[in-house]
Write a new protein. Sequence first.
Lengths: 372, 197
Amino acid sequence: VDEGNRSDCPSFEELMRLMDGELSGERRREVRDHLERCPRCRSILATQERMEASWRESYRPPPESRFRRMRQRILERNGDSSGSRLLRFGLPVAAALVAALVGLRIFMPGFGSLLGTVDSPSTTAARQAEQAMDARRRSAEEPDRAPGQPSDTCAATDQTRSEQGAAEMEEVVPEEQIDGAVASPVEEAREPASEESAEPGARPEGSGEQVGREDRDAAAAGGGAGGYGVTAETAQPVAGEEAAGYAGVSGEAVSEEEPAPRESLSAPDDELDLVTDVAGLASAEGQLQEDDSTAVAREGSSADGMAASRSPAQESEMVLELAFDSSGTVSADRETMLDSLAPGWRDSLDGLHADTTLAMTLQRLLELLQVR
Amino acid sequence: MSAAADTPEERELIERARRGDRDAFGEIVKMYQNRVFRLARRMSRSDDDAWDITQDAFIRAMDAMERFDPQYRFFTWMYRIVVNLAINKTEKRKRRGEVRFVEDYDGDGCQVVEDRALERAAAEELAEAVKRAVGRLSPPLRSVFVLRVDQGLSYSEISETLDIAMGTVMSRLSRAREAVRESVSGLLGPESAREGG
């Protein structure tokens, strides 16, 4: 119940529960009666409904064609979606990338360490990228942040954050717990907050792995529900979103400037065919060297005739050039290639290199992509 | 928009998909793609992110279908995957300094923004302001807000989806709404009036 001279007004939460049809019993009747005589509460309710409706109705669905292409990609996969797929399929991906050199600008070796000696504005960017990736790799290798780490209590998570720093938190939801495995939530509706009293372990658990949820000690909770007598909250399915870790309003949000639409997952069919073909080359027989030769042979027909005579050893020292425009994106054909071969590549590269050209060896590029 | 419970047809498809029937899973994707994408879009900052999340979510679901227990509702499981992926992506962007958001809203429910601008603003203007305000919410608040306000899930369904207690749903939703209200009021103009009581 609100304070001050409006002590008889229901709380904002109660008004919202009424609006959502989630207030029942006697209290529902009382709040409705109150609304009849309180223009202020009616106004709050009306403006809230209007705001939410305008946002809800502003949604514009994408065209079916994009879904169709997405379905095709999903169903054509080999059935592995974990973040470590690149490691497990390193060889095919490596071979595919080699094959995909067709169309990429290739420099002849002879510079020693490529990143350190290529005389290009991209050198600094490449080094920065490497440093960033190395930092991520180091943090990923931290045993204390193993994926199996339970989704901590709010307090524990906050402590973890303060100790390790948010920048070192590799995953909010441990990678292997994203899908929750078998742990679909229980069907039965839970009791209102006033009755749950948040006893640790009191709620029934789904079988198998839960997506990062464990009932927690009441002392760890931080976001009580005010008038509903909630004394504690169970932990969020992801670590560290609740309570002290989010205490206080900090900073202002940045403007949500959306980048120009990209066809990252819905490249034109002709591009997809090209990538599929490249991937097919890569996986055929699993012979990297053979694929390298194929790639080189193909490349030989390009303007850079030098490539035709390269040996596999020379291939490993080739420098690839990925040009990032002012918005930090690479060209559409490179995107399509990378999307197809390594859907998570953006997490490793994207956004790091606006207005730069990244030049590095194929081997190094693969290492960067594997960071994820 | 509201996610209904699994129908018998859905259950049959799910069962076939669990046995490795890809066509059945394709039908499931068709059935859920709009809802899943919409949720992903509301949870993320761009269409690109939403497509990444949507595709990844379906792939993960496909890979884990065999282990899915059909006694539970499929959509809550699917939604949970989406929300978790969206949160991870948001956190990654946050660590890179690409986004910032209100980490939590400390409103106590006793002060509610009342603003004439909320009544007078055009629907498009309101929608844009709410969109920006939602983008400022921390992932825990945003997920609850989106699941309720945009997806139309009941509190119980949100509780299932996020695997959090009902009380947590209610408190987060209320805080999210207060935060959005305050944000929108600030975005609409100078007429904001945060009144006590």
